[in-house]
Design a protein around this ligand. Structure first.
Ligand code: HEC
Ligand code: HEC
Length: 215
């Protein structure tokens, strides 16, 4: 019950972040459009992504996120956010503008259907991260990460991404970007509110914690 109250509090739009954070609205039509993406066409288009995200969506460098096995709806939203400026990145923004909405849906469905990344089998304990993931922090009114991202980090429909197997460096970098507001495309500021309370040490541990979970 406590968990539910805490996460409900996070869903309330905050006056500090009044402007819309994304132009994607998850209507039934929008969902069906993404679901109907054509994976064969997506596979063709994905050749232009492979230099950074790997041939099958498992990225070659820790600086680039892996896309394999990610929720197609999450991937589609990110591509729209880059294209309309809701999310900025020197490498992605220009490229996303060249894709039609249909291209984005085709790519999202193909990458989502690929076998997910799994970086490392090292068994390590990240105590601070584990506590945040499983229990949150009552002093900071933080719900556990797993309330939204799932106990196994697999994400949840519609827009909560999978984190398991993702590159630790990318996870930390994007958490820092939510923390300082350079990434601001999370609807209802759900991640910015959380990231603002995290220390750099916790952010770094959280990256390794999720990288080491098998998807
Ligand atoms: C030159 C390298 C490069 C190329 C080519 C590239 N990307 Fe990216 N991509 C990146 C980087 C770097 C990021 C992380 C940017 C950030 O932090 O916002 C990223 C992020 C993404 C994300 C967000 C992932 C997440 O977990 O939030 C998606 C989706 C994506 N790229 C899709 C694509 C697709 C589809 C293509 C091909 C059409 C492509 N990218 C081509 C470098 C690249
Ligand atoms: C209230 C629900 C909620 C909680 C709790 C939550 N998240 Fe998120 N998280 C989201 C949503 C929604 C997004 C997608 C934002 C967007 O649309 O870009 C997200 C995105 C992310 C991303 C970006 C992934 C990518 O591929 O770019 C990371 C990393 C992340 N969350 C980590 C965490 C961590 C670590 C915690 C716990 C400290 C946490 N989240 C708790 C809802 C939540």
């Amino acid at each position: 019950m406590k968990k539910l109250i805490l996460s409900a509090a996070l869903l309330l739009p905050s006056a500090a972040f009044a402007q819309p954070s994304s132009h994607v609205a998850w209507t039934a039509d929008q969902l069906n459009f993404v679901k109907a993406g054509n994976p064969q066409k997506g596979e063709e288009l994905a050749k232009t992504c492979s230099a950074c995200h790997g041939e099958k969506g498992i990225s070659a460098s820790a600086a680039f996120p892996s896309l394999a096995g990610q929720l197609p709806t999450y991937l589609y939203k990110q591509l729209q956010d880059y294209a309309d400026g809701s999310r900025d990145n020197a490498m992605m923004s220009g490229l996303a503008k060249t894709l039609s909405k249909q291209d984005a849906a085709d790519l999202a469905v193909w990458f989502g259907s690929q076998a997910p990344a799994f970086q490392s089998r090292t068994v390590m304990v990240y105590e601070k991260a584990e506590k945040l993931v499983k229990s949150g922090s009552s002093e900071r009114v933080l719900p556990p990460c797993e309330v939204c991202h799932g106990g196994d980090g697999k994400g949840q429909a519609v827009d909560i991404p999978a984190l398991s197997g993702q590159n630790a460096d990318y996870i930390s970098a994007t958490l820092k970007a939510f923390k300082d507001g350079t990434r601001r495309n999370d609807i209802y500021s759900r991640m910015r509110i959380i990231a603002q309370t995290l220390t750099d040490e916790e952010i770094s541990e959280l990256g390794y914690y999720y990288q080491n979970i098998k998807k």
